[in-house]
Design a binder for this molecule. Structure first.
Ligand SMILES: Cc1ncc(COP(=O)(O)O)c(C=O)c1O
Length: 294
């Protein structure tokens, strides 16, 4: 079976190692927006250097699928069933905590579409909803794409070409062109509906960070733990370090667990840019989200 990947152009350029890995496994990788779809072509006609977004890559993959009889589409995050599929992570973490007779006080993760955080958190959250624990849940996102911290809770499309059904979620709008931060996996305009519902009801808190402070935290983590995290993961590491310092100052003994969702060995160029002072902190001045329901 042939595997075709529409990879967001900015990630295609920033992360050639990821592209090479997929090609090594046999995938055909196309930078998105591309000339392979009508939608991609229309965007390139307006801007040859379009950086792409996850919403645009989803639109191109969907167009490719519906115009080829032998194609099937596989989504990595955002839809609720994908979050449930990832819950194997949290189920295993629960068993690990049980085996050492420890209960976490705080569960944290970074959010792109929401699946790695939810996969880790939902089994524990189930226990909270049943009134059996009082764990705090914290989701971390970039200030450059602040879906849950500054976005609107409304119905929006999951992709830029408006091919998906409307999803109720926190969104910065499906036309938002996410700035070219190095955390390509967090450049998605919305978040999974079930996660947004939990945020809206106050079961999950969310926080946002700039990429320079995030890379600083990643460097601290690398120097103390020996592991270089992915830039996406570094968002939750920033939160965890800050929270641990707050706990220390308050003499508060807390167990903080986070999902270490990726290593940064394919992102060393991003670390190089950070160390050379070349990273820009982006934040939208204002956010416009269209209302699709009355
Ligand atoms: C290393 C890493 N962490 C986190 C994410 C975002 O994950 P999710 O969509 O599950 O929130 C991505 C997405 O590509 C990623 O590559």
């Amino acid at each position: 079976m042939k595997c075709k990947v529409y990879m967001v152009r900015v990630s295609y350029d920033q992360k050639p190692g990821r592209r090479t890995m997929m090609e090594t496994y046999g995938a055909e990788v196309t930078p998105s927006p591309s000339n392979d779809t009508k939608f991609g072509k229309s965007l390139l006609e307006q801007d040859k250097q379009h950086p792409g977004t996850l919403g645009i890559a989803i639109s191109e993959a969907l167009e490719d699928t519906v115009t080829h009889d032998d194609s099937r589409y596989c989504l990595g995050s955002v839809l609720n069933h994908v979050l449930l599929h990832q819950s194997v992570i949290g189920l295993e973490a629960q068993k690990q905590f049980e085996s050492i007779d420890v209960e976490p006080d705080i569960i944290a993760g970074c959010i792109g579409g929401g699946s790695n955080f939810a996969g880790f958190a939902y089994p524990f959250l189930g226990e909270k909803l049943r009134g059996r624990t009082d764990i705090r849940f914290v989701a971390c996102e970039p200030k450059a794409v602040p879906s849950t911290t500054r976005g609107t809770y409304t119905y929006d499309f999951g992709d830029t070409a408006e091919m998906t059904p409307l999803l109720k979620m926190y969104t910065v709008g499906h036309n938002y062109v996410s700035p070219p931060i190095h955390s390509g996996g967090l450049r998605y305009h919305g978040k999974a509906p079930s996660l947004c519902h939990l945020i809206n009801k106050g079961y999950v808190e969310s926080v946002a960070y700039h990429q320079n402070e995030v890379f600083q935290a990643a460097r601290t983590f690398a120097q103390t733990e020996g592991l270089i995290p992915a830039p996406e993961t570094a968002h939750v590491i920033k939160y965890v370090i800050d929270e641990a310092i707050r706990c220390k100052e308050r003499d508060d003994d807390k167990v903080i667990a986070f999902n270490n969702c990726g290593h940064g060995l394919l992102d060393l160029k991003a670390y190089e840019d950070f160390q050379a002072g070349r990273l820009v902190d982006y934040e939208p001045a204002s956010i416009q989200v269209e209302n699709y329901v009355n």
